[in-house]
Design a protein around this ligand. Structure first.
Ligand SMILES: [Zn+2]
Length: 324
């Protein structure tokens, strides 16, 4: 499934922003492809305020989002917020705008998150989406994870996408929405897509889909292991990401990757993140994924089911990652 680059999505800016007559003569709804239109809709259209503990979500059904099941959407948004709160210890941003745009189909469609005028996401929802479609959706949690960390320069997009890919299934597992076996099955299947090619110049500035999403996710799994080892099992990546979230307040501020890493490291009193980032940013790094999963005690049987080895050297860490 395509996970869209949030900045690249400023493509198609302005098109159909104010209701364009279609070929059939009907008036099409605005598309909100231009993020300023999204912010405008969040400010001006009627919204519902959902109290999610430390934060408030302003839920707006774009132009009424005709045909979208509002009860299902509310429950889906609350569940996603609970996953975020479980991971970050509280809802990670104070004010979050969510623009739900109706589209044909039976699933949750693509979404994009912005921070320059407030933490906000626009997301497309199929009018035929049923309860399982919302239950199985990963997109909203992925987008909410983007709001928890500061925005970074374009060269570090891989850190942002990789972080959302890495954290999303874990956050859903923490509230029992995703089986732990599925969290690791996704990594087993996905992370090989992030392997560097022979001419890879390092992660910073990469535009390649596999590198951005799965290469990035592999980095954060390595960060998890590095913090665990360097702190002798006292701290985890979750502690580092919580610290980064608290100090930044989320994606409405711009940080450098170096700043992000040093604030995260302060949580554990290590240099794990700074050292790992320095290695990955500017040169090709090969990761032996087979060995990595073996150390974590994660494998797959002949039927494609995840199997855990509880005697593996990092089995304790693996269990802790998905434990509340
Ligand atoms: Zn993303």
């Amino acid at each position: 499934m395509l996970r869209l680059d949030r900045r690249a999505l400023v493509l198609g800016l302005g098109a159909a922003a104010v209701g364009v007559a279609s070929l059939s003569g009907a008036i099409a709804a605005p598309s909100y492809d231009d993020p300023d239109e999204m912010y405008g809709a969040l400010r001006r259209q009627p919204g519902e305020k959902l109290d999610v503990g430390a934060g408030t979500i302003n839920l707006v059904f774009a132009d009424g989002a005709p045909g979208v099941d509002r009860d299902r959407v509310r429950s889906w948004v609350r569940t996603a917020a609970a996953a975020l709160s479980a991971y970050f210890g509280r809802y990670p941003v104070k004010d979050y705008g969510l623009l739900v745009i109706a589209e044909p189909g039976d699933r949750v469609g693509h979404a994009t998150t912005f921070g320059y005028a407030g933490s906000a996401t626009r997301i497309h929802v199929g009018t035929g989406a049923d309860t399982p479609a919302f239950h199985n959706d990963w997109v909203l949690v992925h987008e909410m994870v983007h709001t928890a960390l500061p925005d970074l320069p374009r060269r570090a997009l891989w850190l942002q996408e990789g972080n959302a890919v890495y954290v999303e299934p874990i956050a859903r597992a923490l509230i029992g929405q995703l089986p732990v076996e599925e969290v690791w099955r996704e990594s087993l299947v996905g992370m090989p897509k992030g392997a560097p090619r022979t001419d890879d110049p390092g992660m910073d500035g990469t535009h390649a889909w596999g590198r951005l999403y799965w290469g990035g996710a592999t980095f954060w799994l390595l960060a998890e292991i590095a913090i665990y080892r360097d702190s002798k099992g006292k701290f985890s990546l979750r502690d580092a990401l919580r610290r980064i979230n608290r100090e930044s307040g989320g994606n409405t501020v711009d940080w450098s990757p170096e700043q992000l890493m040093s604030v995260g490291d302060a949580a554990a009193g290590t240099r794990s993140l700074q050292d790992l980032y320095a290695r990955f940013a500017g040169q090709r790094v090969d990761t032996d994924l087979a060995d990595l999963f073996r150390q974590l005690g994660i494998g797959m049987d002949g039927q494609g089911a995840t199997r855990f080895d509880e005697t593996a050297p990092l089995a304790d860490l693996r269990r802790r990652i998905t434990r509340r």
